[in-house]
Ligand binder design. Structure first.
Ligand SMILES: Cc1ncc(COP(=O)(O)O)c(C=O)c1O
Length: 391
């Protein structure tokens, strides 16, 4: 088994690792010192636990340009937040527009709503590089279009969607705008007001550098979603229905307070470093990785060309080599963690022309070192050389 200290971790698009200083300590401190139930009591420890949640909400609100921190509901992950948004908003007869780059976390809830409630959906095709034409989205709008949904950055291609233009379009045409920020939160600048975002689903465990089991949804103040879950909130206990007050309306049951304590530290780290510095460093590593891989025979990199803005996602195929075998050998022989396969986006693979093969995905993070990139390139070159001789 690989020693964590010696692992070269290039799977940050799945979950970021390692976490910045302070995250683990905040989780531990919370469990040791503030372990009471937030919002469920007025004793000092419960109040302290509530404060942990509110402080995290305040930091997230600062990061995303959100006026009222209580418009953020915590969730288990991006998938949970996206389901709350999609299932909470759409009603029978509605039409939704999404893109061919959506993750299954957007696509599957939409498909389920199609089956159960007869909503209609249109998936707008991006080109092979991940470019999305806003005019194509506009042309698909009908009087029943209630929602436009788009992932900010493709988890397969690393391409970046024209979020502000889509937000402007949605506003102008009276639709709501949902952004899947799974690959952009903590890395790209996001301002919900300026970008016309009504619903922002984000993970806590990727670019925000918190632990797994955390995430959230920003819900525009004039939007009332049907809650996904009903249950105890510690407020309006006499009422048979879910309270309308936020965030309680969308946060039934005890929250993941230790996880959110860790997330809060992660967000604080991002605020201190700035998304610009984080993105600048990751962009540099990404371009170096692309350049090195392109120097190896048979490598094809998916998504935007070198020099075009993207997030730190480098998916590639190698002629004659199965992506799963490449990932296996990188792990076993070189201690390099990458992901191979279909990346939960069959639509994205159709778009990229890799539906038959899948792809290897390497995703550097803010704590990736230049030497890790060199090791990755050398390892791929060596495997290609060995397998070339074998074939
Ligand atoms: C674009 C995109 N959307 C949604 C998700 C789901 O995220 P989570 O694992 O936080 O539910 C991912 C995960 O990789 C993703 O990349």
């Amino acid at each position: 088994m690989n020693d964590p200290k010696s692992i070269i971790y290039l799977d940050n698009a799945a979950t970021s690792w390692p976490k910045p200083p302070g995250v683990v300590e905040a989780i531990e401190r919370n469990v040791r010192e503030n372990a009471a139930n937030p919002g469920r009591g007025s004793h000092e420890m419960a109040v302290k636990a509530s404060r942990v949640l509110f402080d995290a909400r305040k930091r997230l609100a600062r990061l995303f340009g959100i006026g009222n921190p209580n418009d953020i509901a915590f969730a288990l992950n991006t998938t949970h937040a996206l389901n709350l948004a999609i299932q909470g908003l759409l009603k029978p007869g509605d039409h939704v527009i999404a893109t061919s780059l959506e993750h299954n976390s957007v696509r599957r809830p939409i498909e389920a709503m199609k089956r159960r409630f007869g909503i209609e959906a249109t998936f707008i095709a991006a080109d092979e590089q991940g470019n999305l034409n806003v005019k194509d989205v506009e042309a698909a709008i009908t009087p029943r279009t209630r929602l436009i949904a788009a992932s900010h950055s493709s988890n397969l291609l690393g391409s970046i969607a024209p979020i502000a233009d889509l937000g402007e379009l949605a506003r102008r045409r009276g639709a709501r705008f949902l952004v899947d920020a799974a690959q952009s939160a903590g890395v790209l600048s996001i301002d919900v007001e300026a970008m016309g975002i009504d619903l922002l689903a984000f993970p806590g465990h990727k670019g925000l550098l918190g632990p797994q089991g955390t995430g959230g949804l920003y819900i525009h103040p004039d939007l009332d979603l049907e809650p996904l879950m009903h249950g105890g909130t510690g407020s309006k206990s006499e009422a048979p229905e879910q309270p309308t007050v936020r965030p309680d309306r969308y946060e039934a049951g005890t929250q993941n307070t230790p996880g959110i304590a860790g997330l809060s530290e992660g967000v604080q780290f991002v605020l201190r470093e700035t998304t610009k510095a984080i993105h600048d460093k990751e962009r540099q590593l990404t371009f170096e990785l692309m350049e090195g891989l392109l120097g190896i025979e048979g490598v094809r990199i998916l998504g935007p060309q070198i020099g075009v803005e993207r997030t730190a996602i480098v998916s590639f195929t190698i002629e004659g080599i199965d992506p799963s075998e490449m990932a296996f050998l990188l792990d076993r022989q070189f201690g390099i963690a990458v992901r191979a396969g279909f990346h939960c986006t069959p639509l994205g693979h159709e778009t990229a022309g890799t539906y038959e093969t899948g792809a290897v995905r390497a995703s550097p993070g803010y704590f990736t070192d230049k030497s890790d990139i060199v090791s990755m390139i050398d390892a791929v070159r060596e495997i290609v050389g060995t397998m070339g001789r074998r074939n």
